[in-house]
Design a protein around this ligand. Structure first.
Ligand code: Z5A
Length: 218
């Protein structure tokens, strides 16, 4: 059976994950790859329903329920979309995965990381990304970009201190010590997300081509 690649785009709010995912999908498709792009939460009918509850409802959702809802969306996405695509040899580009849970529900909401790790293992059934591109930029730059884009969902409406904890968490995830302690996340490469979209994309492609020399992708 053929095996595709799972590439995750991660980073704090406004880092440009969605923008870079779109550019990457276009470039890899132009190289002849079959590419699917999905996001968390979402990517399936069930996941989209969960996304509406998590981001666009006014429901009272306690942190443990929030974490498990993200996990339910992840389990459905992995089994129904990601695994089949990888088995077919496709490239899957995923907007957020493990790191978001560790940042938002772990550091942000204060849930124990080992509980999240165990829940993640159930949700992913052991799937490890082939590469995570962690977009890094100063928190204020990301928040300014997100503010300019407008719209405030349930997560974005959380208090400033929550977002500051999340931003610091992503800084910690960038360290080799954290990455060594979290092998379930797979290899993580840092990409500077400051500058124009085109400049960031050049860095993203450089990271992809370093991990998979261009000849093996085309
Ligand atoms: N969440 C969680 O809590 N736990 C989990 O396990 C998971 C997720 C998986 C999903 O929100 C929320 O769920 C998220 C984490 C939480 N909550 N928060 N807060 P989402 O899917 O709606 O969006 P997001 O993941 O938070 O992404 P984002 O903040 O919307 O931004 P982004 O995807 O990184 O950036 P973008 O959309 O590509 O760009 C943002 C704006 O900046 C836009 O106007 C762009 O045109 C602009 N942009 C992009 N790149 C540049 C550059 N280079 N220069 C200038 N401007 C730029």
């Amino acid at each position: 059976m053929a095996h595709g690649r799972l590439v995750v785009l991660e980073g704090p709010e406004g880092a440009g994950k969605t923008t870079q995912l779109r550019l990457l999908a276009e470039r890899l498709s132009a190289r002849g790859e079959t590419v699917i792009g999905v996001r968390e939460p979402g990517g399936t009918i069930l996941g989209d329903e969960i996304r509406t509850i998590l981001l666009h409802s006014a429901l009272d959702i306690v942190p443990r329920a929030e974490a498990l809802l993200f996990m339910a969306s992840r389990a459905q996405l992995v089994e129904r979309e990601i695994r089949p695509a990888l088995d077919a040899g496709d490239t899957v580009l995923l907007d957020r995965f493990f790191l978001a849970t560790y940042a938002y529900q772990g550091v942000g909401r204060g849930l124990p990381p080992n509980d999240l790790r165990a829940a993640n293992a159930i949700a992913t059934n052991g799937l490890v990304p082939h590469l995570t591109i962690l977009l890094t930029l100063p928190a204020e730059v990301g928040l300014a970009r997100a503010a300019e884009r407008g719209g405030h969902d349930r997560m974005e409406r959380a208090e400033l201190a929550f977002h500051e904890r999340v931003a610091r968490a992503y800084e910690e995830f960038a360290t080799p010590e954290w990455q060594r302690a979290h092998p379930e996340c797979g290899p993580i490469v840092l990409v500077d997300a400051t500058g124009s979209e085109a400049a960031v994309f050049d860095r993203v492609m450089a990271a992809i081509d370093e991990r998979w020399p261009a000849s093996s992708l085309s």
